[in-house]
Design a protein around this ligand. Sequence first.
Ligand SMILES: Nc1ncnc2c1ncn2[C@@H]1O[C@H](COP(=O)(O)OP(=O)(O)O)[C@@H](O)[C@H]1O
Ligand SMILES: [Mg+2]
Length: 262
Amino acid sequence: MRVEGHQPQQDSHTSAGWLTGRMHNVTLLRLAFSTAALRCPSIRARQHSLTTGSLGIMATGDSSRHKSKNITWTRGKITAQERAHQNQHAGCVVWLTGLSASGKSTIATELERELFSHGKHAWVLDGDNVRHGLCSDLGFSPEDRKENIRRIGEVAKLFAEAGFVCITAFISPYRSDRDLARRIAPDGKFIEVYVNVPLAVCEQRDPKGLYAKARAGEITEFTGISAPYEPPAKPELELRTDKMTPAECVAVILERLKQVPW
Ligand SMILES: Nc1ncnc2c1ncn2[C@@H]1O[C@H](COP(=O)(O)OP(=O)(O)O)[C@@H](O)[C@H]1O
Ligand SMILES: [Mg+2]
């Protein structure tokens, strides 16, 4: 990712040399698969996912979940690298996680604005917004939260493959669900950002009055009060929004985006 006025040094990740190396690796991988695949069905399936997705991006769907049997992947004619070169940046997922009122939506929309103003393709998927449509059938039970994050993980992957910096703003309280979103996303294109602030600060902010309602028992299964939040073990970034301004948080993410390979 390159942001005008802040051009990073060309390094092995962003240079044409890196691209060539990666293409070479993919070719070698295909060669190795082609002989083994003749014998092993699981490798044949893996080979299929390698050759049917955009080059360098694997189809990660869990085939055991598929209800339909007669489905075939249609392969596109544009590679991820071609898209990135045209856009002058890679598609990726910036996954913001944290308590309600920690600052996810504020940072997400500021970041999107900043990227947009530099000619980058960016899109925000916001928790409350998707619950109006795509996930309007889901509540806040652990099962529904899991399905909510799975769907968002899949949509975020599609945006990333389409060349967008897809910024997601979801509490996403369970580590396993976030890990699933990471696995779904294109390899190396998932930046988990822990929007970290003490619960007491969130309660004090309470921009939507939700903590007051949760304390009063009017909302059940509220993260931090009556439902758990599992902090990320190894996020790519951690932002203390009680110690940094939104603009400072955005600047940190923009700096990290420069390391995303394309
Ligand atoms: N550094 C910061 N980053 C993000 N939000 C901040 C920051 N400092 C204060 N805030 C305030 O905290 C609140 C966060 O609300 P919101 O972004 O809706 O949180 P969330 O989407 O995580 O529920 C806003 O009122 C925002 O102005
Ligand atoms: Mg929000």
